[in-house]
Design a protein around this ligand. Structure first.
Ligand SMILES: [Zn+2]
Length: 241
């Protein structure tokens, strides 16, 4: 009886020990991943351009030409305290801490102004984006997949600085009509005061690579957001890219 207990005990200790090693290796891998601070352009040429080399920079540029490193994940992701549609998974509620705090302030202002907004999709991991893109590619072919979804590494949602918002006036969907609602107009107008821009404005597809998305806001910090808004430009132009 005693021997049996000791064997079980040893087994349990061993099991926990192995698990702890596994957890530690995972944590180490994660730290190493986060340490990668290089941004790879989609083309072969490597442009060595200051702030854009750092995926943790608040002004990081992620678009069809510029991507985040594979499996890059910011190490300061948190869930902002704002209302989300109930179906949104925890991972997709995450934002970089600075963006999350700014978003909470934006929502507090919205409340004061009688505007009700809801979070739909914020952070999306490289793995999730890859899964989506591969799924669309398999189902519809690469051309159509590219139209519907960003290639892995090329979604701004991976940066932890972007979030899609909606309201009841568009049936909680993500649609161009949102830009015409009082919530959409308020967001475009007031967002910059809190560091958020409408990342894909109407008629700017030539530069941003995306058609109008009044629901997709990107945190760039107050200074950049106010200037982008005032000059009516897009992030690519602000960064001179
Ligand atoms: Zn979006």
């Amino acid at each position: 009886m005693k021997i049996k207990s000791v064997v079980i005990l040893l087994f349990v200790v061993n099991f926990i020990g192995l698990n702890m090693i596994a957890v530690d290796i995972l944590a180490q891998e994660r730290r190493e991943r986060v340490k990668i601070r290089i941004i790879y352009p989609a083309q072969e040429e490597v442009r060595d351009g200051g702030v854009l080399d750092d995926p943790m920079d608040i002004l990081v540029l992620v678009n069809k030409d510029w991507s985040l490193p594979e499996y890059f994940e910011a190490d300061d992701l948190v869930v902002p305290n704002i209302p989300y549609l109930s179906r949104v998974a925890r991972e997709n509620r995450l934002l970089r801490e600075e963006a999350a705090l700014a978003l909470e302030k934006l929502f507090a202002q919205a409340k004061e102004d009688g505007i009700k907004l809801y979070g739909v999709s914020a952070y999306r991991s490289y793995a999730r984006q890859k899964f989506l893109f591969d799924y669309y590619t398999k189902k519809l072919g690469e051309e159509e997949a590219k139209r519907l979804s960003a290639k892995p590494g090329h979604s701004e949602h991976q940066s932890g600085l972007a979030i899609d918002l909606t309201s009841s006036s568009v049936g909680y969907g993500l649609t161009e009509n949102f830009g015409e609602t009082k919530e959409g107009k308020w967001l475009a107008q007031v967002g910059p005061e809190f560091g958020f821009i409408i990342r894909y404005p109407q008629g700017r597809e030539d530069t941003t690579g995306y058609s109008y998305e009044p629901w997709h806001i990107r945190y760039v910090g107050e200074e950049a957001a106010l200037e982008i808004h005032k000059r009516g430009i897009v992030l690519e132009e602000y960064l001179g890219k």
